[in-house]
Each structure stands twice: as C-alpha cells, then as structure tokens.
Design a protein around this ligand. Sequence first.
Ligand SMILES: Cc1cc2nc3c(=O)[nH]c(=O)nc-3n(C[C@H](O)[C@H](O)[C@H](O)COP(=O)(O)O)c2cc1C
Length: 151
Amino acid sequence: MLFRLAYYSTNLIKRPTNPAQSELRKLVLSAGTKNRDRGITGGLMFNRNYFAQVLEGDQTSVSDLFCRIAKDTRHRSIVIVHASIVDGRMFEHWSMGLAEKTETAEKLNSKFGLDNGFDPTKMTASELSNYVFEMISLEDHLITVPISTPD
Ligand SMILES: Cc1cc2nc3c(=O)[nH]c(=O)nc-3n(C[C@H](O)[C@H](O)[C@H](O)COP(=O)(O)O)c2cc1C
C-alpha cells in the first residue's frame, strides 16, 4: 500500500564553512541513494531553523525509515503532520531544497503567506506538502536523486 508521511523538525545542523562539503549535502546524497533502493520518493526542505520532509512509498518502508530518521541527533522536536494511505505519488524523485534566500523560496513564502520565511508551525498539513512539492518542482538548484517506481 502506498503511504505518505509528512513531518517537520528543528534543524540542529550548524552552518557549514564550506557548503560543498556540508553535512546536509552528505546527508542528502546518501539518503537519496538509500531511498531509491527502497522505492521511497519525496522531498526534504530546510532552512536554518527547520526541516520539513515528505516521504512516499510502501507503508512498511516509509514507517521503518521514519523511525530511523526520528532517532537522528541532527534534528529534534519532530512533529508528524500527515500520515495516510494515498492513491498515487505526488513526488517522482527524492530531492532536497533550501527554503530561504532563493527567488523560488521568496515567491513561495509570499504565496503561502509566510512573511517571516519558511515556518512549518504556521502551516497546515496540505500547505506543508504543497510547499515542499512546489519548491521541488520550481527550483532547479536542488540535489535530486531520480527514482524509478512501479506505481
Ligand atoms: C532531517 C533528516 C532527514 C533524513 N532523511 C533521510 C531519508 O530520507 N533517507 C535516509 O536514508 N536517511 C535520511 N536521513 C538520515 C537518517 O536519519 C540516517 O542517518 C540514515 O538513514 C543512516 O542510517 P543507518 O546508519 O541506520 O543506515 C535523514 C536525517 C535527517 C536529520
């Protein structure tokens, strides 16, 4: 059964001195490969304060992955905003985007009424998933791992 889970959390990763070797970049490249092997798609957004992630795939695989992610010490105060069986995927790939200082982020923040920048505590579950989805569809400076899925 196809399952979608969305959460946000507090980002504990310190700002990198060299963005090319940043902890986030490493995290995303390794997570993307692992997700591809498990047929998991979705998107991860971050800014200096928050992470927000949508995960889609087989119910057991998404659940297992989320339990692992929840133990990761690079974030805390995880809030699940959505978890349900869905008819189809929203996301074709697994990607990560930065939710601040880009033109796309500014456009989306204004569209979603986020005057002080990306803040998942002020968003509904569907706004959060849509924000992640739109960011990933519009932004071309993302780290994306292509995934081929049967569904
Ligand atoms: C915000 C956040 C999102 C993450 N997303 C994923 C993910 O989508 N897929 C993944 O494999 N690991 C993800 N990770 C990393 C996992 O928490 C974990 O470190 C990784 O799966 C390696 O686990 P392992 O050592 O048990 O294999 C994420 C970590 C954080 C902090």
